[in-house]
Ligand binder design. Structure first.
Ligand SMILES: Cc1cc2nc3c(=O)[nH]c(=O)nc-3n(C[C@H](O)[C@H](O)[C@H](O)COP(=O)(O)OP(=O)(O)OC[C@H]3O[C@@H](n4cnc5c(N)ncnc54)[C@H](O)[C@@H]3O)c2cc1C
Length: 482
């Protein structure tokens, strides 16, 4: 699926970039460096998108911790052009799984896994694995069936069932098996458990693919994107905040104008040089005027997202755990993961304290999303206490951040839907190029978002890159879920 056939490229004129997240700001940097006239529209009040860093009363925290790790040289180069070398910290990963009130090392280690599971549970896990080998579940079309067939029912229920339900809001018995195959790369978590319990089963090759060390900007990922925004404006680009792209008018494959809603009202702007869009793909389809055909609109309506909410709570540094984050597999609490931002960078927190980020996977409008901030903070404090991760008396201030559309959902239909939309856009409106995470409905990290943006800019200068071919399969995604 080619995104921008070359007959439409190399059109002079202003380029509009929708969204000032990693994809949008990367596109803008590449464009200003080529001397193009660029306007970035950002609906929110801050840049960085999901990769922003929230600043609250002197503490800083991410929307989930953001590791900087990439195998793409051009992305690495861009990171080091945006920030100075001494702005980056090199961090070692420490993250464990909390289950049944015990910490499991991750990657799993045989002694620790055995001690935590106990000999009886370990024997059950191995027997259930062997049973699954002899008598695999008949229905492997569901996540539950797929994982149970590979690791046995017992390991599935310990390490996959409750966490998967928390993250995606559905029981794994009603989720398509595809999801397991795509989301849990090589299912290395289950394999790691088996390797720990049956050490001679063939080594731990999958586990070595974990990212043990990564870069992290001293002041969080927002530092990178604030600096990138400055570089865009320093080089003559324009970034308009509180500006939502609402309508994209097109004619004969070219964009005639964009209607933008700002705090001051509606305005239109030219985009004859093209549009690079990181707004959610479904929204983009609906913004086009004239509208795409019914089947493309229908495809767009099927794209859904999972939303995310974080409650940050401060505690004294010595009252916290040493991990960067902990996965919470405990079904009795709502929290899915707890970050320790002081362990990411000491400059994120006040001296002597740290900031814990309790992460809840939610649906916009559900009972957690609509809960008052004070009640969410109270709940998070109770959950921290229940988990034994901190005492309520030691906890300081708390803040809540809601992030809509944090995860593009991969359901049974999403693949066909994006294929249909991508093909139509490439054929009918090639000067509008979708890029990035929600922009392409791809469950990707910053580096892939940035790479699609770079390739889109090249397309405006004569290249014929297929942005849809930049894929997340050949990478190092978080084995559990990011
Ligand atoms: C919990 C969590 C943890 C993560 N951890 C990592 C990690 O460790 N490492 C990593 O590299 N990546 C990580 N990611 C992924 C990373 O956050 C994304 O890949 C990245 O932010 C995507 O960049 P983007 O520019 O494509 O989209 P976004 O970050 O979503 O930015 C899009 C921007 O477009 C704006 N926008 C939307 N619609 C409009 C409109 N109509 N008009 C104007 N503006 C609009 C939005 O406000 C937003 O600012 C994580 C994500 C999550 C949810």
């Amino acid at each position: 699926m080619s995104s921008a056939p070359s007959e439409y490229t190399q059109v002079a004129g202003p380029v509009v970039v929708i969204g000032a997240g990693p994809a949008g700001l990367t596109a803008a940097l590449e464009l200003v460096e080529r001397g193009r006239s660029v306007t970035v529209l950002e609906a929110d009040s801050v840049v960085g998108g999901i990769s922003r860093t929230v600043v609250a009363d002197g503490w800083r925290f991410d929307i989930g911790g953001h590791r900087f790790f990439t195998k793409v040289p051009s992305v690495k180069e861009r990171w080091h052009k945006i920030l100075d070398d001494d702005d980056f910290l090199t961090r070692s990963r420490l993250s464990r799984i909390f289950y049944n009130r015990k910490f499991f090392d991750y990657p799993l280690k045989a002694a620790n896994a055995l001690r935590n599971l106990g000999i009886v549970e370990a024997v059950r896990a191995v027997s259930s694995y062997l049973w699954a080998r002899i008598r695999p579940p008949k229905d492997q079309s569901t996540f539950e069936g797929f994982v149970s067939a590979r690791f046995g029912r017992r390991l599935y229920s310990i390490f996959f069932e409750s966490y998967t339900q928390k993250v995606w809001g559905m029981h794994p018995s009603v989720m398509p098996a595809d999801w397991a195959a795509q989301r849990i790369k090589n299912l290395s978590l289950g394999r790691a458990v088996l390797d720990a319990l049956l050490p001679r089963r063939g080594g731990r090759t999958d586990v070595t693919s974990l990212i043990d060390e990564f870069l992290y900007p001293r002041l969080g990922p927002g530092m990178m994107w604030d600096r990138a925004a400055e570089q865009v404006t320093d080089r003559g680009g324009k970034i308009v905040m509180h500006a939502t792209a609402e309508v994209i008018r097109h004619d004969a494959g070219k964009v005639t104008e964009i209607v933008v809603r700002t705090a001051e009202g509606e305005m239109t702007m030219p985009a004859s040089g093209g549009v690079i869009s990181s707004m959610p793909l479904g929204h983009l389809v609906n913004a086009l005027e004239p509208a795409p055909p019914a089947d493309v609109l229908e495809a767009a309506s099927t794209l859904t997202h999972r939303d995310f909410l974080t409650v940050a709570i401060t505690v004294p540094e010595d009252a916290a755990f040493p991990d960067n984050w902990i996965y919470i597999h405990e079904p009795a609490v709502e929290v899915g993961r707890v970050q320790n931002f002081g362990a990411w960078s000491p400059d994120m927190v006040e001296p002597g304290t740290t900031c814990l980020g309790l992460e809840y996977f939610v649906q916009e409008g559900d009972q957690l999303w609509t809960k008052a901030d004070a009640d969410l903070i109270e709940m998070a404090r109770r959950e921290l206490e229940y988990l034994g991760l901190a005492d309520t008396e030691q906890m300081g201030g708390g803040w809540v951040v809601r992030m809509p559309k944090a995860y593009p959902v991969y359901d049974a239909d999403y693949g066909a839907a994006i294929e249909r939309i991508g093909k139509w856009l490439a054929e009918e409106v090639p000067m509008v190029q979708p890029v990035g995470r929600n922009g392409m409905h791809r469950y990707n990290n910053q580096d892939h978002s940035m790479l699609t943006a770079m390739l889109a800019v090249e397309n405006l200068h004569g290249a014929d890159n297929d942005l849809w071919a930049v894929n997340v399969d050949d990478d190092y995604h978080e084995e559990i879920v990011e």
